[in-house]
Design a binder for this molecule. Structure first.
Ligand code: DAH
Length: 355
């Protein structure tokens, strides 16, 4: 009797245990809770494991009955655990998907793209044209000796040409006494340096900033850009000058743009010339932009003065040379119809982004 009672009591206990376990399992909501449930009901120290371990002490008959039932409970709980684990896993996936949702179809964050200043673009374009004709790009200092800016270019101290280029002087003393310094008023100063330092054949262009002591208005700024050019070799003639500058004008302003050469005076060339193109607005008829002349002056040029070559150490009996110089700011103004040069230097992105 006693044994029967014991057996049925163990089975009852196991049934209770199963019921409790399933009820608690129902209430678990996380992987952590699930694990503590597993330890409690299926772990090494759980009641069920104890029952299974004590089976050996029972008589054979009981061992069969209790053993079979205990194993059934164990298998049932294990299956339920697996099912619950799956349910929790899926719920976890759904909530992660909701919380960490990334809309891969959203447009990316746009990075602002930089661009070159319209004057830099123009400068590069001009350099490219001359480089393709075999010229080399060189640069010189912006703070310059009076000598290279004026003296070496046939502009001595009392020369009236100095008045046409209001100069910003730099206060500077050297051991050897005063050697006046200035902010270069034209890139022709680089021409003077190149004649002194390079050996012919020379074919260079010299882009850079220049400075004049002038108030700003729609057509003037105290700093602007120029490019000078210099060619020195034996047998260079005015025809080389014209051919080179025609080719430049054709490439920069277009095949059909009319070009005109006229005499002009610059102290460092003889003869001197100016090159003009047919007005981009009226095509030559005359309008406000070209002062009713139909032409727009683009550059100064000429055959380098023998004295300038000589001063730089080149024998004018052996070598001849042509030179030219032009302002850059005017070119994008003409091309895009910009009527105020100050816009280039005001750093207004609404303006600059257009180019
Ligand atoms: N330097 C002159 C200016 O700023 C322009 C110029 C004229 C440059 C004739 C030259 C040249 O090289 O040959 O007005």
């Amino acid at each position: 009797m006693k044994e029967v009672f014991e057996t049925s009591s163990i089975i009852e206990q196991l049934e209770d245990l199963k019921l409790n376990a399933l009820q608690e399992l129902e209430g678990t909501n996380s992987v952590k809770e699930l694990e503590s449930w597993r330890v409690r009901y299926l772990g090494k120290k759980s009641h069920l494991t104890e029952v299974l371990r004590s089976l050996a002490t029972l008589p054979l008959e009981e061992r069969r009955a209790v053993g079979a039932f205990a194993n059934e409970v164990k298998t049932y709980l294990e299956k339920s655990l697996d099912k619950k684990r799956q349910v929790l896993y899926e719920a976890q996936l759904i909530s992660t998907a909701k919380e960490e949702y990334i809309d891969v179809t959203l447009p990316g964050r746009a990075f602002p793209v930089g661009r070159l200043h319209p004057i830099t673009q123009t400068l590069y374009e001009i350099c490219d044209i001359f480089v393709s004709m075999g010229f080399q790009v060189v640069e010189g200092p912006e703070v310059e000796w009076d000598y290279y800016n004026f003296e070496a270019l046939n502009i001595p101290e009392e020369h009236p040409a100095r008045d046409t280029m209001a100069t910003l002087w730099v206060d500077f003393q050297t051991d050897s006494g005063d050697r006046p310094m200035l902010l270069r008023t034209h890139t022709t100063s680089v021409t003077a340096r190149i004649i002194e330092t390079m050996k012919p054949p020379i074919r260079v262009i010299e882009p850079g900033k220049v400075y004049r002591y002038e108030a700003s208005d729609a057509t003037h700024t105290p700093m602007f850009y120029q490019i000078d050019g210099l060619v020195v070799d034996e047998g260079i003639t005015m025809a080389d000058l014209k051919g080179t500058l025609y080719e430049f004008a054709r490439r920069f302003f277009g095949e059909d743009r009319k070009v005109r050469f006229r005499c002009d005076y610059f102290p460092f060339v003889e003869p001197g010339a100016e090159m003009a193109i047919a007005c981009l607005t009226c095509g030559g008829k005359g309008c406000r932009l070209c002062g009713n002349s139909g032409w727009i002056e683009i550059l100064g040029a000429g055959m380098t003065h023998p004295q300038v070559l000589q001063r730089g150490g080149l024998d004018p009996e052996v070598y001849s040379s042509f030179a030219f110089g032009m302002g850059i700011d005017r070119l994008p103004m003409l091309r895009y119809g910009i009527d105020d040069t100050r816009l280039f230097y005001s750093n207004d992105l609404r303006f600059l982004r257009q180019f």
